[in-house]
Design a protein. Structure first.
Length: 597
């Protein structure tokens, strides 16, 4: 008789109970640890934090970009890192014993990161901190390579943290305006040294944030104290500069200075209607990414800081003022002798001639000093000086460029009849290049001088001044009719049959302009030293001006003057600007004012 084995009742239940017990034990262990971490045993972590202290970390703000008028970057911040050291870990061996490894690491870092050895060594030997900057604004790949080298040699305690790098993607384009940053200060703060970087630093720099957290054994305690103040990034600065036009103008200017074997040069392009500066070029210049590779004298803007006597370009202002005052017309007849005896000296012309008969238009077209002085005799009192002041001479333009010179317009007892004679044709008065460009632009703008501007919108300089297109002012200097008549006289300057600067013509467009050649005064002897400033200023299309261009070349050694040196550069620059902005060719006929009678 077979029997069937009955299953043991209760066995699965026993195993199940055992399983529950084991799970409960495991959970209790983890739960107890979790409770410990969350609050039941904070003492151990507090002790660790007290022993090791807190770490304060700077959260760097991203510096605002400097942009051209179309949003193209002239200066921008790209990804980079700061290299940080924990001196305690650097100077501790694997067994936890103190050692002095600072000299070896300082040598490695100074060599690979181009930082000062002594400064780094001092920071690595600090005993009162667990956080020291070694280098800032380091490309991430370069920093990673250096840290790998350090670790391979057994150095601990080096880390990295985000730290944007300042770069100048256009190199030398507008570098004299944009400026550059220097070696960071002791606390790692970028140091603006020149140009807009310095003038508008408070706008661009933003405000760094900070973080504080507890550390133990050089590591952040996950649940320790942590306080974060977020960084406030800097604001962008948008300029009036056209980056592509600026690039072209700088290349033309460089070739002009080279070709003339000159010392330096300046070229400016202004929007005739608004006064916005589309290009302000200096040569020699520098690459803003490598400013220390250039001479210190080339790091600023000569267009703003250097003053010089403008020469015959100033005749435009003199004769325009005479027309506005109702003393003359473009057809006024003048008998011009070969020389003119005036008080203590004789005034001559740049070209030899006997007695000639010129109209006022002819005086400008031929650039006659004698004819200009004879016409200026019609001014009353300080009338000429008042006009020059209204044109903006003798006062800074206030566009936001540090170190701008005001120039000099003689006044008081210095304004004698002899002084007026010389000022009338552009000597005994000094200007900076942007001042003179803005003055000529007043004629282009129908007699209204508008403040030049280099910043779009509004921005505050480091001296508290508001500058930019939103803050510009304007004032009428000449009547609209006087400005038109002056323009017609200026057209005769580039006429090959009448004027001295046919090479300043722009094919397809009417051009109004004026040459300038002036003796340069030496600061060493306080006298004219035989060198010259040559220039050309003008606007186009003459009958409906769109751009004003001014080119200045200092001390050409090829024997050329304003028409042969600066005139061709003006033509190239003006032609490019007109094409770039799709200004239609002129459909009207140029001036045919008589130049002789």
């Amino acid at each position: 008789m077979s029997t069937t084995r009955q299953p043991r009742r209760g066995a699965p239940q026993v195993r199940l109970r055992i399983g529950f017990v084991l799970i409960a034990m495991v959970l209790s262990v983890f739960g107890g640890r979790l409770v410990q971490l969350q609050g039941l045993d904070p003492g151990s972590y507090a002790a660790m934090a007290a022993a090791e202290g807190s770490r304060d970390v700077v959260l760097p703000a991203t510096r605002g970009d400097i942009l051209d008028r179309n949003g193209e970057p002239l200066a921008e911040s790209v990804d980079g890192v700061m290299v940080i050291a924990d001196p305690a870990l650097v100077n501790t061996d694997e067994a936890g014993n103190p050692v002095d490894r600072a000299p070896q690491l300082a040598k490695l870092l100074s060599t690979k990161l181009d930082v000062d050895y002594v400064t780094v060594l001092e920071r690595l030997r600090r005993t009162d901190t667990r956080f020291q900057y070694m280098a800032r604004s380091v490309p991430a790949a370069k920093a990673a390579h250096v840290l790998d080298r350090a670790r391979a040699r057994g150095f601990d305690g080096l880390t990295t943290q985000r730290d944007p790098i300042r770069v100048y993607p256009a190199g030398d384009v507008a570098a004299n305006l944009v400026g550059f940053l220097g070696t960071p200060l002791a606390d790692g703060t970028p140091q603006p040294l020149a140009g807009f970087e310095r003038t508008f630093d408070s706008r661009l720099s933003g405000t760094d944030g900070s973080a504080r957290y507890s550390v133990a054994a050089g590591q952040k305690i996950p649940l320790g104290e942590q306080t974060v103040v977020e960084a406030v990034d800097g604001e962008d600065l948008t300029t009036t500069i056209d980056r592509e036009l600026q690039w072209y103008v700088q290349r033309v200017l460089r070739e002009t200075v080279y070709g003339a074997r000159a010392d330096s040069g300046v070229a400016i392009v202004m929007d005739s209607r608004t006064g916005e500066v589309l290009s302000l070029a200096d040569y020699p210049t520098y690459d803003a990414n490598e400013p220390l590779e250039s001479d210190e004298a080339d790091l600023g803007s000569r267009a703003m800081s250097d003053v010089y006597e403008p020469g015959s370009v100033e005749k435009v202002l003199t004769l325009g003022a005479l027309v506005d005052a109702g003393r003359v017309t473009p057809r006024t007849r003048l008998t011009v002798p070969s020389s003119l005896a005036r008080q203590d000296r004789s005034i001559g012309d740049w070209f030899d001639h006997g007695t000639i008969k010129l109209t006022l238009a002819g005086v400008l077209a031929k650039s006659s000093n004698i004819g200009t002085v004879l016409a200026a005799d019609k001014f009353e009192g300080d009338e000429l000086r008042d006009y020059l002041t209204a044109f903006g001479l003798g006062e800074p333009t206030g566009v936001g460029v540090r170190g701008e010179s005001a120039g000099i317009v003689p006044s008081g007892s210095l304004w004698t009849s002899q002084t007026q004679d010389r000022v009338a044709f552009g000597q005994s008065v000094s200007v900076n290049a942007l001042q003179m460009a803005a003055a000529i632009n007043a004629v282009a703008n129908g007699g209204v001088r508008v403040d030049p501007s280099l910043v779009r919108g509004s921005a505050t300089t480091d001296t508290g001044e508001q500058v930019g297109t939103e803050t510009t002012t304007s004032r009428r200097v000449l009547s609209e009719e006087a400005a038109r008549k002056t323009m017609l006289m200026m057209e005769r300057v580039v006429d090959p049959d009448a004027g001295v600067a046919p090479r300043a013509q722009v094919p397809g467009y009417r051009v109004a302009g004026k040459t300038g050649t002036a003796q340069r005064a030496s600061s060493e002897c306080g006298c004219y030293d035989g060198t010259f400033t040559v220039s050309f200023a003008g606007f186009a299309p003459a009958d409906d001006p769109r751009f004003t261009v001014y080119v200045v070349v200092q001390n050409p050694r090829n024997g050329g003057g304003g028409g042969s040196v600066a005139g061709p550069a003006f033509s190239q620059i003006m032609g490019y600007a007109l094409r770039r902005y799709a200004v239609p060719p002129t459909s009207t006929r140029p001036s045919d004012l008589p130049v002789e009678w």
